[in-house]
Design a protein around this ligand. Structure first.
Ligand SMILES: [Zn+2]
Length: 131
């Protein structure tokens, strides 16, 4: 966990909320993501702060990589959520279309656009895969 992220800091996911009332409790496991988008944002934040544990627990066991790691060469800078389909409190599946902007170790900027699929597993949202 990155110590520079304090309770009063804006959440890295870009929601505009402070970390402690946004992705913070989801990463800490004290609150479940209420929507697929909230889970997706928390996973982006996990990439930002290097929380591999959260990436693991929020990944469907069927699609989760055996040896999950975070690429240290890539620093995510910004998250743009384009739209979501389903993924609400009463849905069992959801899809989130987003673009993550990152910078490589050599200073180049890149973007990763993804349509991520989420499902509920034992009542909580998990990431399945992306196209
Ligand atoms: Zn957040």
């Amino acid at each position: 966990m990155d110590d520079s992220i304090g309770d009063e800091t804006r959440c890295p996911c870009g929601s505009g909320d402070v970390f402690d009332s946004c992705c913070g409790p989801i990463l800490a496991g004290t609150r479940r993501a209420p929507t697929a988008e909230a889970l997706m944002r928390s996973r982006y934040t996990a990439f930002r702060v290097g929380d591999v544990d959260h990436l693991n627990v929020s990944w469907h066991p069927d699609t989760r990589p055996v040896d999950l790691s975070i690429d240290p060469e890539i620093s995510f800078i910004r998250l743009i959520v384009h739209d979501t389909t389903g993924g609400g409190p009463f849905d069992t599946t959801g899809r989130v279309h987003f673009t993550a902007v990152y910078r490589t170790a050599t200073g180049e900027r890149g973007t990763q656009e993804e349509n991520s699929t989420f499902t509920r597993l034992d009542g909580r949202w998990v990431y399945v895969d992306a196209t």
